[in-house]
Design a protein around this ligand. Sequence first.
Ligand code: NAD
Length: 261
Amino acid sequence: MAFEISLAGRTAVITGSNSGIGLGMAWEIARAGADVVLNSFSDRDEDHAIAEEIAKATGTNTRYIQADMSKGDQCRRLISDAGKCDILINNAGIQHVAPIPEFPVDKWDAIIAINMSSAFHTTAIALPMMREAGWGRIINVSSAHGLTASPFKAAYVAAKHGVVGLTKTTALETAQEPITANAICPGYVLTPIVEKQIPDTMREYNMTREEVIQNVMLKRQPSKEFATTEQLGGTAVFLCSDAAAQITGTTISVDGGWTAL
Ligand code: NAD
């Protein structure tokens, strides 16, 4: 049996997809033929323009729905408003770096809500829709920090490990159905969430931009290269393919060897 990857007729909802990895995944999933629902908390003309650009380039019915993933009711409303959700990609995420005694409580709460709890809320509404449709794929964007830890990233590491646990439970609850649930664990990818950390780290360590990238960020990434949003999009498309139908409840690292160390 030859495996072909066509996602025509499917609808994918990708949380936090107006930039970075989520946007890269949106492009690759739409190129494979699925209609995509893009999302973030903002409601700017440029958010809708990104969706129109993808729709035009790929011939899909790609659109943008505003919803704040820090709020459980808005997570649930996003999936209901999408109307159809064959592929759910929980990707929205934020970062904050501080030692535990100084870690701001509001940052802890926001990171747990956006990076972890949002995936519980969207999954709760999407699963019955997938069961009704008789097919589904859930892809949770965790991190190398869902499998290992770093100091000063308590909330992020806790949330990303939590997402891996949620993924395994989702997979067990759907194991005998044509639905899979997996987590993608990227290493460093040069997106706005990472770009924002560079100036502070340059100041903190008195380093140049290139020194921060090579000696701090890519220190634990043996390939010494960032993963790209296109590669992560390709991994998501693969997990939606028939070849991946028996891959469930696991993690796929796209981290240049980080977690092999
Ligand atoms: P990014 O900042 O470009 O993307 C984050 C996305 O989440 C944006 O679209 C943003 O608008 C959205 N978002 C933030 N708060 C939101 C909210 N309250 N409601 C809805 N959307 C919200 O960064 P990215 O690197 O593309 O991150 C995407 C995911 O990948 C995150 O979960 C991140 O933790 C994970 N990740 C990133 C890296 C990396 O190196 N860039 C590595 C591992 C994991």
